[in-house]
Design a binder for this molecule. Structure first.
Ligand SMILES: [Zn+2]
Length: 478
């Protein structure tokens, strides 16, 4: 049977505030266990939460960037459930009146633009973290709990079920991540859990309008796991339905190592949580003037920046897309161009050598040991003909390792390009004399033979001969 896939994503992002959502404790990641805690976030009796204004501002900023309507009146609710990492036995969240609703976001997949609806964005607190003694929850003798994360502010961004493939879901998540980074409201470090998502997925026979029964996959915390987890789940539901079985509404976990999803618990309905209005916090009343002020001060977002790079520098849509997908990459690009780098050359290097080195070391461009100014200096050396493109790659390698300036490396290693005609002529003549067969082949019309001769010359000069000169001198003398 031909099925249509229906996916909705719930993205959770930890906000980059210095303190937690309802108390003054630090949100610093990696602190010693249970050091960033106080009676409020530990849920001790008699305490009162106080909303962190910064959280509301960040939520509005995200809401506006995702084309949402900001509700002038919203409130907090208690989502009641028992879990050891939730000391109050309820999570303070938003239920029927979230801060932002009815937004949308455009994504591009296979060259086509598609609009994805955003149902709502709400504020809530994060829960603590359980550390199990064994490899899995089932093989652990005991678990320890760290409450440092309890009360760290979260935004939950809920999409409409508008996504139709794992690929679209990944593109949507990437776009949301980029926007949150540009807004500077979250560091979006998926490996530290500050961006993670749950996916709701169902299948229905193509043409049917009612939705099929969905399963939810919890805590997908990398782009790779989003794509693989969804692909696995699509195939699982397809097989089940083809065999005449039924998908049951449940929560499933994704096991990255086994590459499969597994049932965790039957899915709760909203009424299972017995949402209650939070009596300890006053409702949030947002002044429309404040919303407009935040809107006016929104930074340049990925789509606008992409358009600017295309208009101002003539970058291709593909290049502009790659560079603006991460704010730090786009910043690096802008700084290089401001330091007089040629935009297209900078773009090529960013997507080539720089990205290759970053990927090899698994680091982000923020940690790149070569600064935008140093990269520009290197490109200027190529431009001036001091070094060839090929040598530049070796110099870049050395810059990466030693953090020295390119000029220093070129001087120290004697890499200056040989552009002196007489010096090259001597080598060209030597190579011609030593390789009569290739010379004969070339004269017999095998144009490829010249490549071998060029190679020999470059080898003898350790790549330092000016390639254009080598080519023209060779052809002249043959
Ligand atoms: Zn606290």
């Amino acid at each position: 049977m031909d099925y249509e896939v229906v996916i909705g994503l719930e993205i959770h992002t930890e906000l980059k505030t210095n303190s937690k959502i309802f108390c003054g404790c630090s949100t610093k990641f990696g602190s010693d266990q249970n050091t960033n805690v106080c009676p409020v976030c530990l849920g001790l009796p008699g305490v009162l939460p106080v909303i962190n204004e910064k959280v509301v501002e960040f939520a509005i900023r995200a809401g506006l960037a995702l084309n949402c309507e900001i509700l002038p009146f919203s409130k907090f609710d208690r989502k009641n459930y028992y879990y050891p990492d939730l000391p109050k036995n309820f999570q303070t969240s938003q239920y029927d009146l979230p801060i932002a609703v009815n937004g949308h976001l455009d994504i591009e997949v296979n060259g086509e633009t598609k609009r994805i609806g955003i149902t709502r964005i709400h504020m809530e607190e994060d829960a603590g973290k359980l550390v199990h003694s064994g490899a899995t929850i089932n093989t652990s003798d005991y678990a320890l709990v760290d409450y440092n994360r309890t009360g760290v502010p979260l935004l939950e961004i809920v999409s409409e079920p508008d996504l139709r493939s794992a690929e679209e879901a990944k593109a949507y998540l990437e776009k949301v991540k980029a926007i949150l980074e540009y807004l500077d409201v979250s560091d979006c470090k998926m490996e530290e859990g500050s961006l993670r998502c749950d996916a709701n997925i169902s299948l229905r026979p193509r043409g049917q309008t009612t939705l099929g029964t969905k399963a939810e996959i919890k805590n997908l915390n990398s782009f790779r796991s989003v794509q693989r987890g969804l692909e696995y789940e699509i195939a699982r539901q397809e097989d089940l339905l083809d065999d005449g079985g039924k998908v049951i509404q449940e929560t499933r976990t994704w096991d990255e190592n086994k590459g499969m999803t597994a049932s965790m618990r039957s899915k709760e309905q909203a009424h299972d949580y017995r949402y209650l209005p939070e009596p300890d916090l006053v409702p949030i009343v947002v002044d429309p003037a404040r919303v407009e002020e935040i809107r006016t001060n929104l930074p340049e977002l990925p789509d606008a920046r992409k358009q600017r790079l295309m208009d101002a520098y003539g970058l291709s849509e593909y290049d502009a897309n790659v560079i603006t997908a991460s704010k730090s990459m786009a910043d690096y690009f802008d700084q290089s161009v401001q330091a007089n780098g040629d935009a297209k050359t900078v773009a090529n290097w960013l997507m080539g050598e720089v990205s290759k080195h970053l990927n090899n070391e698994g680091i982000s461009i923020l940690e790149c040991p070569v600064s935008p100014e140093q990269l520009t200096e290197l490109l200027a050396l190529i431009e001036k003909g001091t070094i060839s493109n090929k040598i530049a790659k070796a110099v870049f390698e050395e810059m990466w390792a030693s953090r020295k300036a390119p000029e220093v490396i070129v001087k120290e290693k004697g890499l200056v390009q040989i552009s002196d005609t007489s010096e090259i002529v001597a080598i060209v003549d030597g190579v011609i004399a030593a390789n009569p067969q290739s010379v004969a082949d070339f004269k017999a019309g095998k144009d490829k033979a010249i490549g071998f001769l060029v190679g020999q010359i470059m080898k003898q000069t350790k790549g330092r001969a000016n390639p254009d000169m080598v080519n023209s001198l060779l052809r002249e003398r043959l």
